[in-house]
Structures are given as C-alpha cells and as structure tokens.
Ligand binder design. Structure first.
Ligand code: ZN
Length: 180
C-alpha cells in the first residue's frame, strides 16, 4: 500500500523523468500510469512506475521508469492457456538500468535489496545504456534495478499478462492499493 501523497509524488517525478528522456505521453497516459509498490509498501526500494502506451490481447508497449536505485522485483512470465508466455524486450532510453537474468552471477555494481537475498535468485548482470536492449524469453526469471540517476526504459512484449506474472516473492501483490 502507498499513500495518496506518495502516489502523486511518484507520478510527478515520473512525468519529469519522461520529459528529460524525451518521451511524449498524453495527459491521460500520465494520469493512468501504474505506480507499483508490488504490495511491499516500500516504493523507493522495490517498485516501478509504468506508463502504458499500447496494449491489446497480444502486444504491449510500455515505458518503465525506475527512480535512483529502485528495483523491480524478480519475476517470470509463465505460459498462458494458448500462449508460450510473454516475450519481452527491454530497451534503455535514459539513465542506466541493470537487468538480471539467469547465468554466471556477476552482480556489481547492483545490489540485492536489503534482507531479500532469497528472493532475488538470478544474478547475471547486464547493464543497459540508452539504445541498448535485451530480449527476455518466455519463462526466464528477471529483475531490474536503476543506476544512481534512475532509468527510463521501453518494455515491448507479447501478451499483456501481468495478472499471471509469477513473482519470486510470494508477498507480492500486483495491484497497487492507494490509501486515502
Ligand atoms: Zn518481465
């Protein structure tokens, strides 16, 4: 849960970062953004701000804004009824983002959020600068962390299936509750 004040502050900071990154979004897209604390109640440490540009049953294009050091928790996109699972391309637009996936652990300069060692299991680090991108295959665990200035990135994916995304942390609640 986040407070109304936290939500508005996060939305304003996100809008400012989008302007810095040169991303044009409508007032409606800004108003409708998802400020996700993943039910963990510590937005600045584990959270993400997500602006949806398009989503249909089969494709999605979104801008993910991460504040300095903010971590989007580890998850995977499992197969759906008639789908092998979401394929996702993440592309850096502004700042730097550290992407973690399966492979030889190489976590540095990134850090596991304090006290969450068991919940961040894949630790192969790839750092994306603006214009660099990485493909995350269906079913592959991954998580993201912004560098010291924050990060703005595109997420292009098949099938907007947030509801079935599987987070490593069982306490994650995908729908943000805003108090007040
Ligand atoms: Zn993902």
């Amino acid at each position: 849960m986040i407070t109304r004040h936290e939500f508005e502050q996060a939305r304003n900071q996100t809008a400012a970062m989008l302007r810095k990154a040169g991303i044009v979004a409508t007032d409606r897209e800004i108003a409708d953004m998802d400020v996700a604390d993943f039910g963990l109640g510590r937005l600045s440490i584990e959270g993400a701000q997500i602006v949806t540009l398009v989503h249909t049953e089969r494709i999605a294009a979104r801008v993910i804004v991460l504040f300095p050091g903010q971590t989007l928790p580890e998850h995977r996109h499992p197969p759906g009824k008639s789908d092998p699972g979401k394929e996702e391309v993440v592309r850096g637009i502004w700042g730097t983002v550290r992407v973690y996936a399966d492979g030889q652990p190489s976590i540095a300069p990134g850090v596991i959020p304090p006290g969450k060692d068991a919940l961040y299991t894949v630790r192969h680090e790839t750092i994306l600068k603006p214009g660099e991108q990485i493909l995350l295959s269906p079913g592959d665990r991954h998580w993201f962390q912004a560098g010291k200035d924050g990060a703005v990135l595109y997420s292009f994916s098949t099938l907007l299936s947030d509801a079935i995304d599987e987070f490593t942390n069982p306490q994650v609640v995908r729908k943000t509750r805003i108090e007040g």
